[in-house]
Design a protein around this ligand. Structure first.
Ligand code: F6P
Length: 384
């Protein structure tokens, strides 16, 4: 009789809603369908380095027949998103073998999965990746676990902020996460009724943004406006806004404040900024995230059964597929396509999403600060 398989599962990088739902699907399916042993590795690669693991089984994750993992935010395994894993490569690999794992499912973003894949190649580890990130920037998958929930959380805030903005005739600037990509801002801005969406992929002009807000007030009689800005969007001069925390880590933060101040200066209207921060990463997963988390977890187990390692499960055209991790890294991060469907849709609804291609040469301050200063000046003169 062949030895019972033992598989490990870990969560790596920033947490997000739906991680526990993936764990639940893996445990449920791997134990019932294949009779494998599933070991949870705490704190990602640190658990391998420390040779730590916990046995996960359906019985352990169910309470009175109810399975709380499906709806629980965060990750029961803990996660880390810093540290020099590559420098400890040999220890990570040795941990995998000391724990006698036959395969490892890593739920991570493009950064963590890239590092793990490198280690897997070096140490001959059998790795399967599951994409997760609220940023939705992992390449070769239309969706990563966590994105849909984060969009819903932002939407809830935009709904609330719109009412208070309308009551006070204010411009509300809402800074959302997304690192160097604008998927979160774009999707939440569309569903949340934003008037402008600023993302890292498309340069904007302060003049055009102010003009748009001014038109809302004067032509449409709408005295309030909502601007969604991605944390990675750049200033009119093309710089990122960030700070260094007490531990010396660089954190993207401050573009919302910048935009809000510029709007007040240029238009003479009241603006307020809300930085949503880690609220976007918390809470229960949405129905759709539970669905893809379940589909990903189930498929990751099947990939191990087929011994088709070095793959990531991915979401394409409403079903799960697999793709080589190498291909994923060659194409990550997945950026918003400035000419794509969602940008076009937003613009066709009158949302300002940065300068349109033909206007780049004359208006984009990221390409030419002087032109942008002129654009602001022109718009301001026009408005006065
Ligand atoms: O990658 C996910 C993400 O939430 C980004 O959107 C954000 O910039 C970053 O993580 C925040 O990381 P941390 O939790 O380390 O502050």
């Amino acid at each position: 009789m062949s030895k019972r398989k033992r598989i490990g599962i870990l969560t790596s990088g920033g947490d997000c809603p739906g991680l526990n739902a993936v764990i639940r699907a893996v445990v449920s399916y791997a134990t019932s369908e294949y009779n494998w042993e599933v070991r949870g590795i705490p704190y990602a690669t640190q658990g391998l380095i420390d040779r730590k693991s916990v046995v996960l089984n359906r019985h352990g994750i169910e309470r009175h027949g109810i399975d709380p993992l499906l709806s629980m935010g965060g990750t029961i395994l803990g996660s880390i998103n810093k540290g020099d894993t590559e420098a400890q490569a040999d220890e990570v690999i040795a941990g995998y073998y000391d724990l006698e794992l036959d395969a490892l499912i890593a739920i991570g973003g493009d950064g963590s999965l890239a590092i793990l894949e490198k280690l897997a190649k070096k140490g001959n580890m059998n790795l399967v990746g599951v994409p997760k990130t609220i940023d939705n920037d992992v390449a070769c998958t239309e969706l990563s676990v966590g994105f849909n929930s984060a969009v819903s959380t932002i939407l809830d805030s935009l709904d609330r902020l719109s009412y208070t903005a309308a009551s006070h005739d204010r411009v509300m600037v809402v800074e959302v996460m997304g690192r160097t990509t604008g998927h979160l801002a774009l999707h939440s801005g569309i569903v949340g009724g934003a008037d402008a969406i600023l993302i890292p992929e498309i340069p904007y002009s302060m003049g055009s943004l102010c003009k748009r807000i001014h038109h809302l007030r004067t032509l449409w009689g709408r005295k309030f406006a909502v601007v969604v800005v991605a944390e990675g969007a750049k200033t009119a001069g093309g710089e990122s806004r960030y700070y260094k925390d007490a531990l010396g880590e660089v954190r993207l933060r401050g573009i919302g404040e910048y935009i809000s101040t510029e709007i007040e200066k240029n238009l003479g209207v009241e603006a307020r900024v809300t930085v949503l921060g880690h609220v976007q990463r918390g809470g229960a997963p949405s129905a759709y995230d539970r669905l893809i988390a379940t589909a990903f977890g189930k498929t990751a187990v099947d990939v191990i059964a087929a011994e088709d390692y070095g793959k990531m499960v991915a979401w394409k055209s409403n079903h799960v597929t697999t793709i080589s991790l190498d291909e994923v890294f060659e194409n990550s991060p997945r950026l918003v396509d400035p000419d794509g469907f969602w940008v076009e849709t937003a613009r066709s609804l009158g949302i300002y999403v940065g300068e349109e291609p033909e206007a780049h040469d004359t208006c984009s301050t990221q390409q030419n600060g002087h032109h942008n200063a002129l654009a602001i000046e022109t718009a301001t003169t026009m408005l006065n």
